[in-house]
Write a protein that binds this ligand. Structure first.
Ligand SMILES: Cc1cc2nc3c(=O)[nH]c(=O)nc-3n(C[C@H](O)[C@H](O)[C@H](O)COP(=O)(O)OP(=O)(O)OC[C@H]3O[C@@H](n4cnc5c(N)ncnc54)[C@H](O)[C@@H]3O)c2cc1C
Length: 242
């Protein structure tokens, strides 16, 4: 699977459903899709009637051949995401290119070391794929996810993450705007201290995957380095923005 050349594929939308108040889950039927490693992404290319094309990258939440699940956040002034979130309907066809990326990837049996996933908002999509692959492979590495999200309603793959959580996969949430009733901490942005207390410690030598907006990723990486994690153990994916 890793050595196949990425190709353009015709994808048929099987389902589009609300994932959060401003995001959808798109389920695509792609007969030529070879399957993909956890953490990879694809390009979606839209073509207007006048031939104008726009292409954007989206992480793949699934790994099996023939089927692709995407989680797409709408940026209000964006060119492509409002179309994918609001206009696309079941039965529509999309052009996709991939799978792409071999760096921000988790492979079963890779290290035996703990794996720390750190997500901001829609940045959880490739990290969810890693958690699902970890469970499917019964890989023994301990996994943790720290997930920063506005409110409980903005959690992507809520039911799936809850089903995956267990002795070898811990999930911690940071709610930036509104925490659920009875939550221990008031809502607020992730801090260096809460990052330190909800992630594997540097002496445990975790491999760390960080994904979210550019600003989120850069802040988290700076804190991880200050806490003593090694730069070569931190892998990042920036979704754009500030
Ligand atoms: C490898 C990779 C994987 C990605 N995976 C996903 C995914 O799984 N789900 C998802 O929703 N998005 C994902 N993205 C982001 C996606 O590619 C687009 O950038 C996003 O959908 C915005 O496109 P747009 O055309 O709507 O906005 P644009 O018209 O491209 O941008 C509009 C404005 O928003 C800003 N902006 C662009 N991207 C972001 C962002 N992510 N956050 C905040 N501001 C932004 C731009 O700087 C610009 O000012 C991924 C990006 C990369 C590089």
């Amino acid at each position: 699977m890793r050595h196949r050349r990425p190709a353009w594929h015709v994808a048929t939308v099987v389902e589009t459903r609300p994932e959060t108040p401003n995001a959808v889950r798109l389920v695509l039927d792609v007969p030529t899709w070879p399957g993909s490693e956890a953490g990879t992404h694809l390009d979606v290319r839209l073509t207007a009637p006048d031939g104008y094309q726009a292409t954007r990258s989206y992480s793949v939440a699934t790994s099996e051949p023939g089927r692709v699940v995407l989680g797409i956040d709408e940026l209000p002034d964006g060119e492509v995401s409002p179309f994918l979130v609001r206009e696309v309907l079941a039965g529509d066809e999309l052009e996709i290119h991939g799978p792409l990326g071999s760096y921000f990837v988790w492979r079963p049996g890779q290290s035996g070391r703990p794996v720390q996933l750190i997500a901001g908002g829609s940045g959880v999509v490739p990290l969810y794929a890693m958690a699902a692959a970890h469970a499917a492979a019964s890989d023994p590495s301990p996994f943790r996810l720290l997930y920063s999200v506005r409110t409980p309603a903005y959690v992507y793959f809520r039911d799936e993450l809850a089903a995956l959580a267990g002795p070898s996969f811990a999930v911690d949430h940071v709610y930036t705007r509104q925490a659920p009733p009875g939550w221990d901490e008031p809502a607020g942005r992730l801090t260096r201290d809460s990052l330190a207390s909800t992630t594997f410690a540097p002496h445990e030598r975790p491999r760390i995957f960080v994904c979210g907006s550019t600003g989120f990723v850069e802040t988290v990486v700076a804190w991880l380095l200050e806490l003593g994690h090694a730069a070569h153990d931190i892998l990042t994916e920036r979704f754009g923005g500030l």
